[in-house]
Design a protein around this ligand. Structure first.
Ligand code: G1P
Length: 196
């Protein structure tokens, strides 16, 4: 029954402890960033310090808002690498109903209180048990923060996101970048002549 149910199934392995969720179809690309610690390490440190659950977010264009969980931070401008308390979170809203364009990126540090909530979260959007709904319930009891990621994400759960990630990583990888560059250049005529 999707993400919320899958996580609930892991409870016997983890026990009644806080834990991290990493969605493996989202790649976090910090190659161009000057980070002393990576994003997830920052989130874990924030949780250790404040005991506030953390949800990684990144701004998306309007036409992608309905593909993601979207957070409401009361209009506060989010600073990259910093965490801000959330007011609400909604799964795949229409643009009209979206509280912002800050999307959930697939990394979470969650308090143990989410376990019981997950087990009683009903099926939501798309007929799935949504982690987003469980976190929205958690917010009724505890502060949850949106952590604004540094770098960029690749959504490899979409076909185009998967292909673009391969291109971006490939074009900077010493082993394959020359072959990829040669191929792209060899295709330039069909690219120029492509129908809009
Ligand atoms: C899941 C989450 C969503 C999040 C997304 C990130 O959706 O439910 O909140 O924004 O991952 O990729 P899915 O991609 O499984 O539809």
């Amino acid at each position: 029954k999707d993400l919320g149910h899958a996580i609930a199934c892991a409870r016997p392995c983890i026990g009644n402890s806080p834990f991290v969720v990493m969605l493996p179809d989202v790649l976090i690309d910090d190659a161009a960033c000057d980070l002393s610690k990576d994003n997830l390490t920052e989130m874990i440190n924030n949780f250790r310090h404040s005991h506030k659950s953390q949800v990684m977010v990144e701004a998306v264009p309007d036409n992608q808002v309905s593909n993601y969980g979207i957070v409401d931070c009361a209009g506060v401008v989010l600073n990259q690498g910093k965490a801000t308390p959330m007011l609400a979170m909604v799964e795949k809203p229409t643009l009209k109903d979206a509280p912002s364009n800050q999307s959930v990126v697939g990394r979470y540090v969650l308090s143990h209180a989410i376990w019981d909530i997950l087990e009683s979260t009903p099926v939501g959007a798309g007929g799935e048990v949504q982690l987003t709904d469980a976190i929205a319930t958690l917010m009724e009891f505890e502060t949850v923060e949106a952590y604004s990621m540094v770098g960029k994400s690749h959504d490899c759960g979409s076909k185009v996101g998967y292909m673009l990630a391969n291109m971006e990583y490939g074009l900077r990888h010493c082993e394959v970048k020359q072959a990829m560059t040669d191929f792209i250049i060899s295709q330039r005529h069909s690219l120029v002549n492509a129908e809009p």
